[in-house]
Each structure stands twice: as structure tokens, then as C-alpha cells.
Design a protein around this ligand. Structure first.
Ligand code: SAM
Length: 248
């Protein structure tokens, strides 16, 4: 998968060199390039923002540096063709679709993602209209709160998406068993020692009975989801929430 990130603080994205995502880049599973929007500014001060038309607080990011920046990653001759094969431009925004695991799975299928990190009061709205002719455009929010810029949102999204790309996480079963993969939260996990500061690991996990362990974990998943995120259980089938599951 190819990922291009545009930001006026490219250093913010250095965390993408670390850990599993960094290793995936080294292995060529993820091809990630981080670019500075100021490199596409037109004046000697490399300015990327200006005062808002209509007045109001804060500054707005100018359209031309953004258009030049985004154009630089378009395939040759792709101008004016925003078909199914066009790169997907993700615009982090508190006014976007809220990012979740199902969107992460959807985006992990893409060939080329481009992220445009806004700052200040955001990017001139005309950039999105212009971009619609060249990219598929998707505003995405990290949640219902306001960040200073899109970089933190991009770090979270690239990590969540990147780890779903085949080969990035060593044991694919890790992805199957974790929170939100089947709409439930993950069961509690334990490691050695079996007894620690007066607290014991549940006996069933020590016994080696795989069916009993699976049933115990399933019950813990349901119990934890019901107590912490009850809305995730709404609309689940009766079979999913059977007495057998909850009785273990
Ligand atoms: N004035 C904008 C508004 O009220 O919608 C907020 C601008 S915010 C200070 C600057 C940038 O941070 C945004 O352009 C966006 O790129 C990013 N940002 C802020 N909150 C975000 C969120 N919840 N999810 C994703 N990106 C966010």
C-alpha cells in the first residue's frame, strides 16, 4: 500500500518510522512518504495561511500550495479523472465520518491513500471541490473533539489501517481476537506469574482445556462489552447473546 501524508509539521509523523509500521516500511509492505506543504508555497516566506474572508478568528490554509502539493502525487495523466482507481484523499476533520475499526478494514483494501493534515482553522473549502476532480475525497474524524491539526489523527489512522495490511502484524490471529474485530471488546489478558500481589489468574486459563478457555473468554468479552460499551451489543442476534455464553 502506498501512503502520502502532507503536513506543515512533517517531524510530527516521525513516529511512523517506529515499531511495526516502521518495520513494515523497511520490508516494503507500506510505502509511506511524508511531505511538507510549505515546499509548495509560492513566496519566499513559504507561507501557507492567510486571514479568513468574512472575518473571524484564526487563519485559513491557502488553496494554491495545497493544490500543488496534492497534484504532485497524482499519477501522470490522471488529472480530471476521479474514477474508482483514483487515489483516496483522506482529509482529517472534526466534521468528517468518525473513524472506527470497520472503516480501518475498508481503508486497508486501498492501493493509494493520501492524507492532508489541516492546521489553523482548516483548508480553504475550494481545495476539496478541486480535489474531487482528481481524487476520491473522504473527510474523516478521529472523534467528537477538536485537535490543533490533522497529524495526530493521521498517526492513529495509519497505525490502525497499516496493521491490517497482510504481513504487517506477524501473527494474523492477533487481529482476529482483538477488540472490535467482531464488534465486541477483547477479554482480559494475563501473563506470568499465576499469582501476583494476592491476585490469581482465573483457574480455567491454567487448565489447558481449550474449549473451556474459549467459552470463558467469550463470556468475558460479552460481560466487558455489556458493562463498558453496552451500545455495541444493540442489534446483536439472540444466538450471540445466549444464556450459554453468559453462564460460563
Ligand atoms: N475550525 C475547524 C472546525 O471547527 O471544524 C477546526 C480546525 S482544527 C483547529 C485544525 C485541523 O485539525 C483541522 O483542519 C483538522 O485537520 C484537524 N482536526 C481537528 N480535530 C480533528 C478531529 N477530531 N479529527 C480529525 N482531524 C481533526
Amino acid at each position: 500500500m502506498r501512503i502520502d501524508v502532507f503536513s506543515i509539521f512533517p517531524e510530527y509523523l516521525q513516529a511512523l518510522d517506529l515499531s511495526l509500521i516502521g518495520k513494515a516500511r523497511q520490508k516494503g509492505l507500506l510505502e509511506i512518504a511524508v511531505r511538507d506543504v510549505r515546499d509548495y508555497a509560492l513566496d519566499k516566506h513559504r507561507s501557507v495561511d492567510d486571514t479568513p474572508y468574512g472575518g473571524g478568528a484564526g487563519m485559513v490554509m491557502k488553496p494554491e500550495p495545497w493544490a500543488l502539493a496534492l497534484e504532485s502525487v497524482l499519477p501522470q495523466g490522471a488529472e480530471g479523472q476521479a474514477g474508482e482507481d483514483a487515489p483516496l484523499l483522506i482529509v482529517p476533520s472534526p466534521a468528517g465520518r468518525v473513524f472506527d475499526q470497520s472503516l480501518a478494514y475498508e481503508l486497508a483494501e486501498e492501493r493509494h491513500l493520501v492524507f492532508a493534515c489541516g492546521r489553523y482553522e482548516g483548508i480553504d473549502e475550494r481545495v476539496y471541490d478541486w480535489a474531487g476532480a482528481h481524487f476520491r475525497v473522504m473527510p474523516v474524524s478521529l472523534g467528537d473533539y477538536v485537535l490543533n491539526g490533522g497529524e495526530v489523527a493521521v498517526l492513529a489512522m495509519v497505525e490502525a489501517i497499516g496493521r491490517l495490511v497482510p504481513g504487517v502484524v506477524g501473527n494474523p490471529m492477533s487481529l482476529v481476537e482483538e477488540s472490535h474485530s467482531d464488534g465486541l471488546l477483547e477479554y482480559p489478558v494475563y501473563t506470568k506469574p499465576a499469582s501476583w500481589r494476592g491476585m490469581d489468574v482465573p483457574d480455567v486459563l491454567l487448565g489447558g482445556n481449550h474449549a473451556a478457555i474459549e467459552a470463558h473468554r467469550r463470556a468475558e468479552q460479552l460481560r466487558r462489552t455489556a458493562s463498558r460499551r453496552p451500545e455495541l451489543l444493540e442489534g446483536r442476534s439472540a444466538a450471540d447473546l445466549s444464556r450459554a455464553d453468559l453462564a460460563v
